[in-house]
Design a protein around this ligand. Structure first.
Ligand SMILES: Cc1cc2nc3c(=O)[nH]c(=O)nc-3n(C[C@H](O)[C@H](O)[C@H](O)COP(=O)(O)OP(=O)(O)OC[C@H]3O[C@@H](n4cnc5c(N)ncnc54)[C@H](O)[C@@H]3O)c2cc1C
Length: 378
């Protein structure tokens, strides 16, 4: 295709969301061009934990994560080893009887949504599954359909799938402007029937009224300790940490990696694009992890890093048509769930672009929906 030709679709951003959208649109037979200012999977996608998780902060979030998990499980057999897919399941940890009540409520919510979670574990069963957890915890909910991947490799693979269907990718190509059915990269205008703004935190620079703010998070990874942890372990308090936009927070969230390393999270801060390491928050995050897993004190941390979740006030991504500009669609604002929800987002975008009825009502994700006032200016 020459420069003067019109593409069917241009996807801006080759993070995991853009890669998944490019794949879905290419699989629908569209001629797709992907424009990426850096390199594939190199931004927030590279900073993520890679937990594929059903989340129930709202019915819309549960519907999108459930759809996405089903799509990841369908893909599992095709994923190459580099994607490190591990169907390890999640254990939602309850510290006391009050949290065990929350565990049972969560189990009912998940069951109602068709998500398998038959097992509520008591203290002894939890300890048998995860011996490095401290004693005295009340129990946990096991969600066996959750898993773990290595996000940047997943983005590369999804985009390779799109390229196998004719998609063209231009890395180190920044989009400077979006107009009706066209984008500008430097002096060059490119045209397409469909423009998908999947630029993550960068989406706002191209579509300025999008309500996305950066939400910083730190992670730490240990040396190799195979078998140290067997499931993704998350404290129930994580939900409150993820939900609350007005404060800095840390929560216990630990993951087994294919390498035998232990990935430790997580923190949330609204500090704009301040990329410095917040040693105090990192310390609090590690202290909290050690409170749940005292044996972590004897492990070596080999690396820490931070990334910026593209967050919205109502914790839901922006997925759908952007009416003010002809041909423009938004797939951005996935906060701490974009690895999980990339496939579901791509399915919804492809369904809407192709005129199919999406799997469920998507109005909760409308990019121009009314949002509650931001509690904190970031
Ligand atoms: C610490 C941390 C832990 C996380 N853990 C998890 C987890 O366990 N599970 C989960 O589901 N999610 C997790 N997330 C969230 C997840 O990482 C994000 O939601 C997801 O990566 C967003 O993907 P994206 O493709 O929208 O954005 P990005 O990965 O940021 O991709 C956007 C791409 O667009 C490109 N771009 C930007 N502007 C332009 C432009 N003008 N022109 C061209 N290209 C442009 C960028 O270079 C980038 O490559 C975590 C995030 C963080 C920070």
């Amino acid at each position: 295709m020459t420069r003067t030709q019109r593409w069917d679709a241009i996807v801006i951003g080759a993070g995991i969301v853009g890669a998944a959208c490019a794949r879905a649109l290419a699989m629908d037979g569209l001629a797709v061009l992907v424009l990426e200012s850096g390199f594939t999977g190199g931004s927030t996608t590279a900073a993520a934990m890679g937990h594929l998780v059903a989340m129930d902060d709202s019915p819309a979030q549960l519907a999108l994560t459930a759809l996405s998990l089903a799509l990841w499980r369908d893909l599992a057999v095709e994923l190459p080893a580099a994607v490190e897919y591990d169907a390890c399941g999640t254990l939602w940890i309850a510290e006391d009887d009050a949290q065990m009540e929350m565990v049972r409520l969560k189990q009912q919510t998940y069951r109602d949504a068709g998500i398998a979670c038959e097992q509520v574990l008591g203290a002894a069963a939890l300890s048998a599954l995860e011996p490095n957890l401290r004693s005295g915890l009340a129990g946990a909910l096991l969600v066996p359909g959750d898993g773990v991947i290595y996000p940047p490799s997943a983005a590369v693979w999804l985009l390779a799938q799109a390229m196998a269907r004719g998609c063209v990718v231009r890395e180190r190509c920044r989009v400077d402007e979006i107009a009706d059915q066209s984008v500008r990269c430097g002096d060059e205008w490119l045209h397409a029937h469909v423009i998908v703004n999947a630029a993550g935190g960068g989406a706002v620079a191209l579509t300025p009224s999008l309500p996305i703010v950066p939400r910083k998070g730190h992670l730490a990874i240990t040396d190799r300790y195979p078998g140290f942890v067997r499931h993704q372990l998350v404290e129930l308090g994580y939900l409150a940490s993820a939900h609350e936009m007005s404060s800095e927070s840390v929560a216990f969230n630990v993951q087994p990696r294919a390498t035998g390393q232990v990935l430790i999270g997580s923190s949330r801060e609204l500090v704009g694009w301040d990329a410095s390491t917040n040693r105090r928050v990192l310390r609090e995050m590690l202290d909290r992890a050690q409170r749940f897993m005292p044996a972590l004190r004897d492990t070596s941390i080999v690396r820490t890093w931070r990334g910026f979740r593209p967050a919205t006030v109502d914790k839901l991504p922006l997925i759908g048509r952007w009416e003010p500009t002809a041909g423009v669609w938004i797939a951005a604002g996935h906060e701490g769930l974009g690895i999980t929800t990339s496939l579901g987002t791509a399915r919804l975008i492809a369904d809407m672009v192709m005129g199919r009825t999406p799997a469920f009502d998507v109005s909760a994700f409308a990019p121009n929906r009314a949002l509650p006032a931001a509690e904190v200016a970031a």
